[in-house]
Design a protein around this ligand. Structure first.
Ligand SMILES: NC(=O)c1ccc[n+]([C@@H]2O[C@H](COP(=O)([O-])OP(=O)(O)OC[C@H]3O[C@@H](n4cnc5c(N)ncnc54)[C@H](OP(=O)(O)O)[C@@H]3O)[C@@H](O)[C@H]2O)c1
Length: 289
């Protein structure tokens, strides 16, 4: 049985990866803060990374650890670089096996998306720049790697704090009105679909830079409406606004999203539709049809 080291396992995608990979692999999970069933690992600590890799001797490392607070990265570029670039470099430099790393559509400027694997990168935020620096380092220095590029991941779980879907559902359930931007385009992707893709990519030995996103390019506002409709919540509570009204610290790529032709053609992986994903998630979490 292959041994996999999964870093950042207490995050949003980590939760789904644990569900999909734990029975098929010898899965060793790490987290920044020690918790039940995980080893503590700060990927920005070079010695700790080296010691963990020596102790575990994994065949594959899946790195999900990242400083994902986009505005937080803008305020603290040093920390963004330390975790999102140097942390990844620490793994790269000390591990000879297959590294699976997750990149982001924030490596693009969002002027002319959706983007494929050949599109020109041009990050407009500290977060995007730190993610791109890591991608470039992996591509230059690692022979066995898969960089899976993702955009707008969501899930519903009591431990997920950064999920747009969870925020929409919980706000509307409590009758709170919400303001959602109508000028950012993406293809929202359920973390369970993404962890399934990781599983398939391992089986198919997929290497290189590969996009995955669920099928459905839409604005955040349209996604919120879709969530409300599918979860039987009041769409009147959703007000549409422009991104600039939020006065966020970091710029966002506006016309973004990912093209998935490569994963479809080369690996026969078909993106799941956003609608069917939301219906499935509803059934799974709320036991409702
Ligand atoms: N979420 C999205 O929409 C999205 C879109 C595109 C790409 N991605 C990428 O997908 C990957 C997984 O994202 P996610 O949504 O699962 O993010 P997440 O929920 O924020 O999880 C990231 C995890 O990294 C951990 N972490 C932070 N600093 C660390 C450090 N120094 N050492 C070790 N672990 C550290 C965090 O630990 P704590 O829980 O203890 O803070 C957290 O559990 C990331 O690489 C992210 O850049 C995400």
């Amino acid at each position: 049985m292959k041994r996999i080291l999964l870093t950042g396992s207490n995050g949003q995608l980590g939760y789904s990866c644990k569900k999909d990979l734990s029975e098929k692999f010898d899965l060793i999970c790490t987290s920044l803060v020690k918790s039940k069933g995980t080893l503590q690992l700060d990927i920005s600590d070079r010695v700790a990374v080296l010691n963990t890799l020596e102790k575990i001797q994994p065949h594959i490392v899946i790195n999900l650890s990242a400083f994902t607070d986009v505005d937080g990265c803008e305020k603290n570029p040093h920390l963004a670089n330390k975790i999102n670039f140097e942390g990844v470099k620490n793994i790269c430099d000390n591990f000879d096996g297959h590294l699976i790393h997750i990149s982001s559509d924030y490596v693009f400027d969002g002027k002319d998306g959706p983007y494929d694997e050949f599109s020109t990168t041009n990050p407009i935020s500290v977060y995007g720049a730190s993610k791109l620096k890591a991608d470039e380092y992996i591509i230059k220095n690692k022979s066995q790697y898969t960089i899976l590029r993702a955009n707008v991941l969501y899930d519903y779980h009591k431990k997920t704090s950064a999920s747009f879907l969870k925020w929409v559902i919980e706000s509307l359930q409590q009758n709170k009105s919400i303001k959602v931007v109508n000028d950012q385009l993406n293809n929202p992707t359920w973390t369970r679909n993404f962890s399934n893709v990781i599983l398939k990519i391992i089986k198919k030995q997929g290497h290189g830079l590969i996009n995955y996103a669920d099928n459905g390019l839409m604005t955040r506002y349209d996604f919120a409406l879709k969530i409300a409709n599918i979860f039987d919540l009041d769409t009147n509570l959703i007000e549409q606004i422009k991104t600039e009204e939020l006065k966020q610290e970091a710029k966002r790529p506006m016309k973004s999203g990912l093209i998935t032709k490569k994963i479809e053609n080369n690996f026969n992986i078909k993106p799941v539709s956003v609608d069917s994903s939301l219906h499935k998630l509803k059934k799974l979490v709320f036991n409702k049809k």
